[in-house]
Ligand binder design. Structure first.
Ligand code: ADP
Length: 467
């Protein structure tokens, strides 16, 4: 299904690889010339800028596709996800001609320089929660680095990825550089992970599948892997917080809100799924959270008054309801929600539990649904210990007016991103990725380029060369 032959690389790497495959010199030179033509880094950036303009031009159609596929709010796609995707492309387009190595003085006789070369053919495997955002979070730095790639969107949400492949062609990205294959994880996804000619897999999804991706990479060609996996992120709210603002932030992490953020969605990145509230404001916080969650309008994602659309599919819908049942059985107190919303479709009421413990299923598993667990704490030490009591380490939040406290707690929590007095706030420049079983490697920012580059050292004598 995936053939290396015929893939044109954005750099010289494949030109040299083909020498081993026995191309004639004339063919090789033609091939390398073709590669050089697109290798120019400024040209790469220019094509990516054009691609971004086309994404902007088709924002409405793309937002419709993501709404149909994922149940995302149309307004979110149109106002945030798709323009954000174009912004990501432009960010990395600007980086395409700024990738360079270093010079090293090795000894009195030797010097070296490093080249940062594209890692080669990349497989991107992405989930359904942010179809457009994820597509460009992966593809943009890989294009800037000069890689060729295959993207496998989630089986639930392939439509926008196919449209992006079409736009890539219109933008002038050479055939074979950016390829989209649709299919299921255990077949199409697994084929990428175990393919001998794929040099790198960049995966976002569950920890369970991340483990399989690594296993397949290890037992095939030891391809490089970066993983952005599950989370069960804590939000710690201290007594000095403004309760109304803190309630908004907590609900934002788990539900949809139109707060001032660069990237957000009705779907649930498990950011504030464990909300720790200090005892002094706990009762007020619980009361206000429940009142607010009850005002949430759940329904048709094309309706502008709706705040929360349906779950992506039946499987996810049933999984969330089953977690809610577990919560009740394990002794957590259900304060609001806890059942389907309406008679038809995969809608679930915003759900809040209290009396949750970290060893309950709803306290430790990533639910990926509108389910929030509220927990009371007394001391800073207790908050840190309980926040870290998870196998994940994707993100965390802290709400306090005390900057010393915020900075101390930030350093004590093992997570890839800490939000102080804000939540789920992203920008292209800010690396995103996990500690512990939330994975390794970083998307976003210039750090993401490292996922798609190799470093080569070139060593040469300075004087007294034996040659
Ligand atoms: P989620 O829980 O968000 O659906 P998954 O980890 O199940 O996350 O899926 C994320 C992506 O991984 C999807 O594109 C899916 O098709 C793919 N996938 C699932 N199983 C495998 C597998 N065994 N090998 C590679 N990719 C897989």
């Amino acid at each position: 299904m995936i053939e290396r032959k015929g893939y044109r690389c954005f750099d010289l790497k494949d030109g040299y690889a083909d020498l081993d495959l026995g191309k004639t010199m004339a063919e090789l030179i033609q091939y390398v010339n073709d590669a050089i033509e697109v290798m120019m880094m400024m040209e790469r950036g220019r094509i990516m800028m054009k691609f971004a303009d086309l994404v902007d031009k088709h924002v409405e159609e793309l937002a419709v596709l993501d709404t149909i596929d994922a149940g995302k709010l149309f307004s979110m796609g149109k106002e945030r996800d798709i323009p954000g995707a174009a912004h990501t492309l432009r960010y990395y387009a600007g980086a395409a001609d700024k990738i360079h190595g270093e010079t090293l003085k090795m000894s009195r006789e030797l010097q070296a320089y490093t080249l940062r070369e594209p890692i080669g053919v990349v497989g991107h495997i992405i989930p359904w929660n942010f179809p457009s955002t994820m597509f460009f979070l992966k593809v943009s730095p890989a294009l800037a680095a000069g890689c060729t790639m295959i993207v496998k969107p989630a089986e639930q949400t392939p439509l926008s990825a196919l449209y992006y492949a079409h736009l890539a062609k219109l933008a002038g990205i050479p055939d074979g550089v950016l390829n989209v294959i649709t299919g299921f994880g255990p077949t199409a996804g697994a084929a990428i992970c175990s393919h001998m000619d794929i040099d790198k897999v960049s995966f976002t999804g569950s920890t369970e599948v991340g483990r399989k991706v690594m296993q397949a990479a290890a037992t095939s060609n030891l391809k490089s892997v970066s993983l952005e996996l599950g989370g069960k992120s804590p939000l710690i709210i201290f007594d000095d917080a403004d309760v109304d603002k803190a309630v908004d932030l907590a609900l934002l992490g788990i539900l949809y809100n139109k707060a001032k953020l660069l990237l957000q969605s009705f779907t649930y990145i498990q950011t504030s799924s464990r909300v720790y509230v200090q005892e002094g404001i706990y009762d007020e916080f619980v009361k206000k959270s429940v009142e607010k969650a009850k005002t949430w309008v759940v329904g048709d994602p094309f309706d502008p008054s709706v705040k929360q659309g349906p779950q992506v599919d039946k499987k996810q819908f049933e999984k969330i309801l089953s977690y809610i049942e577990h919560g009740k059985r394990e002794g957590a107190t259900l304060l609001t929600g806890g059942k389907p919303s309406g008679e038809k479709g995969y809608y679930i009421e915003p759900t809040i539990f209290t009396d949750v413990k970290e060893d309950m299923l709803i306290g430790k598993d990533e639910i990926f649904g509108p389910v929030m667990s509220l927990m009371k704490f007394k001391t800073v030490k207790e908050a840190i210990e309980r926040a870290n009591k998870t196998r994940y380490g994707l993100a965390a939040g802290i709400v306090t007016k005390d900057l010393d406290l915020a900075n101390t707690v930030s350093r004590s929590i093992r997570a890839g991103v800490i939000w102080i007095n804000c939540y789920f706030a992203f920008d292209r420049d800010c690396p995103f990725g996990g500690y512990k079983m939330s994975g390794f490697g970083r998307d976003n920012g210039l750090h993401a380029l490292e996922n798609y580059l190799q470093v080569k050292s070139v060593v040469t004598p300075i004087y007294n060369s034996p040659w």
